[in-house]
Design a protein around this ligand. Structure first.
Ligand code: TA6
Length: 285
């Protein structure tokens, strides 16, 4: 029998509509409808695992700095539209929600409208399904081409992970993976390290990255598994770039690390009527 507190309900967070999901075991997450963005995830009996900047601007226009922004249809400045796409600054709507014996599940949807078509002339439907329960958070992003011409898109789940002290973290699983370093303008490199340790600005796009990586964080760990996203972006702005971010406290680069399953390097093409889905699972230990 689900505990009475298990629920999925609409709420407000800093004035923005949100969906709060609580599983029978107490695991919970909060999703902003603005951006379709998970902002908080607390595993059962655990502590917050997502970073959300205290200086985030909740004005309903500016992208929210933290949680799991949905990047679509372009990655960063690889396109002519808004940086990292428009999905993170549109209002999504709630679809099906449910609580079962083991988890709470909620779906959010975004469709093209006049505003999106003025930036990107295509008919689409996005569906974000979030499942929370136990020590897991599962996210599925589905993209459908609902128009009558093909389109190519990029996408990412730009996850801001909360860490105790970034310099003490080890990101394992990327040995021998090839990456493009956005902080240097040279050719792709092969990662030869057993673990990525952040001691300076990091902005790497691992191509055809391994599906599973593990983040060791001062005695606790987070397993990250993705499906359907060929790339993995790892980002920490470090001291100098962090100071330039108006919506992030100067010292917070120490307490976050972005690990982002992505389709960034080679956009994916969908013919009319076609669908694509990518999955991202986080397991806290
Ligand atoms: O995904 C990494 C990245 O593209 C970095 O280059 C960094 O600028 C970050 O995203 C944040 O971008 P934003 O537009 O949210 O400030």
């Amino acid at each position: 029998m689900p505990l009475p507190s298990a629920s999925v309900q609409t709420t407000e967070f800093h004035g923005l509509p949100a969906l709060e999901m609580i599983a029978p075991d107490g695991a919970r997450c909060l999703i902003s409808l603005f951006g379709g963005q998970v902002l908080s995830w607390i595993p059962a009996g655990g502590a917050e695992r997502l970073y959300l900047s205290a200086d985030t601007r909740f004005d309903g226009q500016t992208p929210l700095r933290g949680g799991i922004p949905v990047i679509f249809p372009q990655f960063a400045e690889r396109g002519n539209g808004p940086r990292h796409g428009f999905a993170r600054t549109r209002m999504w709507r709630t679809g099906n929600t449910r609580v079962s014996a083991d988890f709470a599940i909620g779906t959010l949807e975004l469709r093209d409208d006049e505003a999106t078509r003025s930036m990107w002339p295509h008919a689409f439907e996005l569906e974000l399904t979030v499942v929370v329960g136990g020590n897991r958070l599962d996210i599925e992003l589905e993209v459908a081409n609902t128009g009558d011409t093909s389109f190519a898109f990029a996408a990412a789940l730009h996850s801001y992970l909360k860490v105790k002290e970034v310099e003490n973290c080890r990101l394992e699983g990327l040995r021998n993976a090839r990456y493009l370093d956005a902080t240097a303008s040279d050719a792709p490199r092969d990662d030869r390290m057993d673990a990525l340790i952040v001691e300076d600005e990091v902005d790497r796009l691992y191509r055809n990255a391994p599906d599973t990586v593990v983040l060791q964080d001062s005695g606790r760990a987070l397993g990250l598994q993705s499906e359907g996203f060929p790339d993995l972006v790892v980002w920490n702005p470090w001291e100098h770039k962090c100071r330039m971010l108006k919506d992030m406290p100067d010292r917070d680069f120490r307490h976050m690390l972005c690990i982002e399953p992505a389709i960034a390097e080679n956009p994916k093409t969908l013919a009319p009527g076609e669908r694509w889905a990518g999955r991202h699972t986080m397991v806290a230990a």
